[in-house]
Ligand binder design. Sequence first.
Ligand SMILES: Cc1cc2nc3c(=O)[nH]c(=O)nc-3n(C[C@H](O)[C@H](O)[C@H](O)COP(=O)(O)OP(=O)(O)OC[C@H]3O[C@@H](n4cnc5c(N)ncnc54)[C@H](O)[C@@H]3O)c2cc1C
Length: 343
Amino acid sequence: MCDVHYDYWGLAADFLRHLALDFFDPQFAMGGGGTVLAVNPIYEHHEDVPVRLEALKELVTGKTPGAILITEPQRGSDAVHQLTTCDEQDDGSFILNGVKIYNTNAPKSKWLVAYATAEKNNGNTMAQFLIDSNWDGIHMERVNIPWIPKLHLGKETFTNLKVPKDYVLGGVGKGREHLFEGLVPERIAIAIMGLSQCWGALTHAIIYANNRKQFDQMILRFQGVGFLLADLWARTTNVTLGLLKFCESFDEKYIKFNGEIPKNISQAMVASASQFKYHAAKLTKKVCYECANNMGGAGLCDNTLMHDYLNISRIQEIVGGSRQIQQYIMSMSLRQLYKMSVS
Ligand SMILES: Cc1cc2nc3c(=O)[nH]c(=O)nc-3n(C[C@H](O)[C@H](O)[C@H](O)COP(=O)(O)OP(=O)(O)OC[C@H]3O[C@@H](n4cnc5c(N)ncnc54)[C@H](O)[C@@H]3O)c2cc1C
């Protein structure tokens, strides 16, 4: 049964769910994350409109994956100055024109959630739309990312694409707010993904180091191997515990405020989400590489998940806002905190 009024399970539970899933297939787990990015805005803004509920049902029951379309060929990090336009018609529908790119799952998805703007480069006129990828006016191409070959990313060209009124999740002026609404959960999800990859890679490397012998000794006993694994294990454990605490605290607030976390609290979470995304992405790059390295040739073969970890860990610093953008957000938070302390 699918019911939009399901109980709140929470971010902490989702962390554990993702951790388990990632152990089986990191690329599949990432694809699921892409669908969740489409589910969240429809869940928040369905307003009981039947077509939106139907889309939600198809997404959460696994009938189709979903995709979120923010990035454009000319607008990546600068996501609020979009060039894809939306023109409102007399009947409340919109006509979209423009190009989106790097959208996880899009070529395989029936449902797309896309942003466009009434006036190019004006973040105040952004809007958000639910789109059926089978409609006329969409040309879909695959963008191949060799580090995640199982995933299909899309480049979509909208040419006079008509979006009926019922599919407008947020009208002109609402788009930017809806975009930012999704960013904290997205960054936390990427941090979860990064840490799950760390645990997967560590598990492989630790088991291997306990079994592999060289010079008549298990390689774990050599300091170069054992101490390095101990170091990576400590770092991964510490960040995991920090993130788990964040998730639990998010869940407490979500329940306390009935799903409407006050603006000042959610603003404080923006910095935390950037910190975790930044830290976990950096950590997974290091941990996955060093774990594979510790396994010698076996770490580079394709008969374990190690090559998956090695590859997927290399994209975490780009997806969901690059390393430099997270640093920029964090530095602006430092400015804000300073201003609050002196005012
Ligand atoms: C595997 C993968 C999956 C993705 N999935 C999605 C998705 O589902 N939906 C979606 O909409 N997008 C998706 N993206 C797009 C992703 O969010 C963008 O690639 C990312 O935001 C960076 O944009 P860009 O590639 O245009 O790089 P650019 O913005 O052009 O950045 C290039 C370089 O310049 C740096 N830079 C840019 N601005 C600044 C600044 N102000 N200060 C300092 N440095 C700066 C960046 O850090 C980066 O190193 C995905 C990308 C990848 C690789």
